[in-house]
Design a protein around this ligand. Structure first.
Ligand code: GDP
Ligand code: CA
Length: 313
């Protein structure tokens, strides 16, 4: 038996997890998901990364965007627009049901983790999906134009402001989900998904005891680069790395994970960097095709990552 614990953001993580549950029994897979992008919108609690993971693994995701539901309609949003908004955040008609469900049960006093478990079960998923914390944690983005919530910065202002720093509001008091800590301690392999290092992975690791637990856990830690050929496959990772003063490359990502990971997986397009990364960071480097264009690519990457951790399947 190989138990895997995966630190996960949204799209990049969901794609990786989709491969992992094809090569390991899903019940042996635990995703510990970022909640820093969570937001309250029109009175609803939205957990974008958790929803992306569930929709992707349940094969319900919109393949064009990588988030939201396939075949989605926007009648509610159009009507909301006619009323004068708020309409800057894209909420599809079916997606809305997820947010209503979550918000209702939160209001009834249920923790986010329980509601997430219910949503995953209703979607027919057997892996364990855990928010990093049940407590309130919000990524705030400091820019030249001021401090914004992540969605404000990313969606409403279209990521146009230069990012100076990030802050995780609530991180001093947020408690890590006990089940997440246990999953890390019991795992045979810990994977840092090819997610945005600053916006998806750092908020998870910043929750108290989380980083230390990953470091002291007995399992090998494998990190996968979300940067290929100096670019993000999708999203603002490259821009944010650059504006925070980091090298936008697999080397730049490897530096971020040097303390926490044992093995670093980079794309074959960046094979030339392998020697330099090993020499500078001391990480063991594995070169794999990491572009998850289809199910075959996803499963091949999952297999390669398990192999890199010494758990061939
Ligand atoms: P978000 O919250 O939806 O932005 O999701 P993540 O943080 O999980 O994922 C965003 C990151 O995933 C971006 O930096 C992308 O470069 C990366 N990504 C997306 N698809 C792939 C892929 O197929 N391969 C690799 N290596 N990275 C990917
Ligand atoms: Ca996200």
């Amino acid at each position: 038996m190989t138990r895997a614990a995966v630190l996960a953001g949204g799209v990049g993580a969901a794609r990786f997890l989709d491969g992992l549950v094809r090569v390991l029994p899903p019940r042996d897979v635990t995703a510990i998901v970022n909640v820093g992008d969570d937001m309250e919108w029109a009175g609803l609690h939205i957990s974008p990364d958790i929803d992306t993971v569930i929709y992707t693994l349940a094969d319900m995701v919109n393949p064009e965007t990588g988030w939201g539901l396939r075949g989605e309609t926007r009648r509610t949003l159009d009507r909301l627009s006619d009323l004068g908004g708020p309409d800057w955040f894209m909420i599809g008609d079916l997606d809305l049901a997820t947010h209503l469900f979550r918000s209702h049960w939160l209001e009834q006093g249920n923790p986010l983790s329980t509601i997430t478990r219910d949503l995953a079960r209703r979607a027919g998923l057997a892996l364990t999906i855990l928010p990093a914390t049940d407590d309130r944690l919000r990524t705030l983005v400091n820019t030249d134009a001021g401090e914004f919530s992540f969605q404000d910065y990313f969606v409403r202002r279209r990521a146009a402001d230069t990012v100076r720093s990030l802050r995780f509001d609530g991180v001093e008091t947020a408690q890590p989900l006990p089940k997440a800590i246990l999953a890390l301690l019991e795992a045979d392999v810990i994977v840092i998904a090819p997610s945005n290092p600053f916006l998806s992975i750092e908020p998870i690791l910043s929750v108290r005891t989380m980083r230390e637990t990953v470091i002291k856990a007995r399992a090998p830690v494998v990190a996968i680069s979300p940067i290929i050929g100096g670019q993000a496959v999708k999203g603002p990772a490259a821009d944010i790395m650059a504006s925070l003063g980091h090298d936008v490359s697999a080397l730049g990502v490897a530096r971020l994970y040097a303390e926490i990971a044992d093995t670093f997986v980079l794309d074959q397009a960046d094979a030339a960097l392998a020697g330099e990364i090993e020499a500078e960071t001391g990480l063991h480097v594995d070169v794999l095709p990491t572009l998850m264009v289809d199910a075959a690519a996803k499963t091949a990457l999952a297999r390669g990552v398990l192999e890199a951790a010494g758990h061939a399947v």
